[in-house]
Design a protein around this ligand. Structure first.
Ligand code: GLV
Ligand code: MN
Ligand code: MN
Length: 399
């Protein structure tokens, strides 16, 4: 094991047990819950050890500074700590651990940046607790209204404002204006790097994607006494809609997933009164995504008519196509001699890309699996990621 891989392993092990579920081996690190708060304290401690003052932006995002923030033209790197339910270890934390190690690498090489460098940790990237992904970066950039964000609620009814301990501050043009570039390092969420036999890639684009809530209202009734012909069963409309989403996505070479469902009253012997399903839909082109969601909506509405149920459709979040700064991606790919890949996964980098030059680095994932405990990366590839990130940060801050 190289020295850097060993240092990666040591730092990685310092947070690896936090929020891990003993049964699944996956992580339950929801934003602003105890495990994620522990990780935020870990962030402050790591920053402190490196003499990097930490700034919290009033939205729950943390920034650790090397250099004077007021000098401007800073380069930001980092990612998020929060996970999906029973998610993998690397999605998010890899970008933060790698950022601190890249700072160590630059310092060990005697490098002094000509402009400030910041390590960031964005809050609620997955949207697993409050429903809207990239909530922290959307707030910072003003992409979501403070009123809406403050009132987003988790499954227990706790609002984002209450979890944060205050009303979110919202858009911060002064802080945002201090950054000249953002680079997010992330575990790859597919198998492209395994197939291309490369440890690190540069991102070209993020597919447009979003979340749509389908509420199907029917009539709760007795499972034993209600004749089949008399039922208004929203479970049927829901089930049909799930199949329709799958079919419509396949027809378009797009992605549609219904992985979250809520049933009322959720009793074995009661016809449900209401079923809610969340559609996650993604496609390479915005018009394909629009066509997909519209086709699913139309099929669900038609089925609701036949079932005697009512459909209400709500768009909970939408992220447009992100084409990362082409010049920057090319420059970094040349610097690192790395392949360039698009992705269907969302990231804070996708939100920030509309506001400043932004790039992403991906680190090979031998299983290709993500949002699952099977997500993986070798220490050697993580070390290669740190080396690549350090080179990129040096290139972007050397003048
Ligand atoms: C975030 O990881 C997403 O793509 O949903
Ligand atoms: Mn994720
Ligand atoms: Mn992520």
């Amino acid at each position: 094991m190289t020295d850097l891989a060993a240092r990666f392993r040591k730092l990685w092990d310092s947070l690896a047990p936090v929020g891990r579920d003993a049964d699944s081996g996956g992580y339950l690190r929801y934003a602003l819950t105890e495990p994620e708060r522990w990780l935020r304290a870990w962030f402050r401690d790591q920053a402190d050890q490196r003499g990097m003052p930490v700034q919290e932006d009033g939205n729950g995002n943390l920034f650790a500074w090397w250099g004077d923030p007021a000098a401007g033209d800073a380069v930001l790197t980092g990612s998020h700590f929060d996970s999906v339910p029973h998610g993998g270890a690397y999605d998010g934390p890899l970008g933060i651990v790698s950022a601190f190690l890249a700072v160590d690498e630059l310092r060990a090489a005697g490098f002094t940046p000509a402009r400030p460098l910041a390590v960031g940790a964005f809050v609620e990237e997955e949207g697993a607790r409050f429903g809207v992904p990239c909530l922290g970066s959307r707030l910072l950039t003003g992409e979501i209204a403070v009123e809406r964000a403050a009132e987003l609620r988790d499954a227990a009814g706790v609002s984002f404002a209450d979890a944060l301990g205050d009303r979110p501050a919202g858009a911060d043009p002064v802080l945002l204006g201090r950054f000249a570039a953002f680079v997010e390092l992330h575990v790859e969420q597919g198998r492209a790097l395994v197939e291309q036999d490369a440890p690190v890639a540069v991102a070209s684009a993020i597919w447009p994607h979003g979340r749509w809530r389908f509420d199907f209202q029917g009539e709760g009734n007795h499972a034993g006494t209600t004749r089949m012909a008399d039922r208004r069963d929203p479970m049927l409309t829901y089930a049909f809609t799930v199949l329709a989403a799958n079919k419509e996505a396949r027809l378009r070479d797009a992605h549609a997933t219904v992985a979250r469902v809520a049933v009322e009253p959720n009793a074995t012997n009661a016809i449900p009164s209401r079923v809610t399903g969340w559609l996650d839909a993604r496609a390479a082109e915005p018009q394909t995504l629009h066509g997909l969601v519209e086709a699913v909506r139309a099929k669900a509405a038609e089925r609701a008519r036949r079932d005697g149920t009512e459909l209400t459709l709500t768009e909970e979040s939408a992220t447009p196509l992100v084409a990362f700064d082409g010049g920057l991606a090319k420059r970094l790919a040349t610097l690192l001699d790395a392949p360039v890949l698009p992705t269907g996964a969302g990231h804070d980098a996708g939100v920030l890309a509309a506001h400043l030059p932004t790039a992403m680095l991906f680190v090979r994932n031998p299983t290709g699996v993500s949002h699952s405990p099977a997500e993986a990366a070798t220490d050697a590839d993580c070390a290669a990621g740190v080396t690549a990130l350090a080179r990129v940060l040096e290139e972007l801050t050397c003048r």
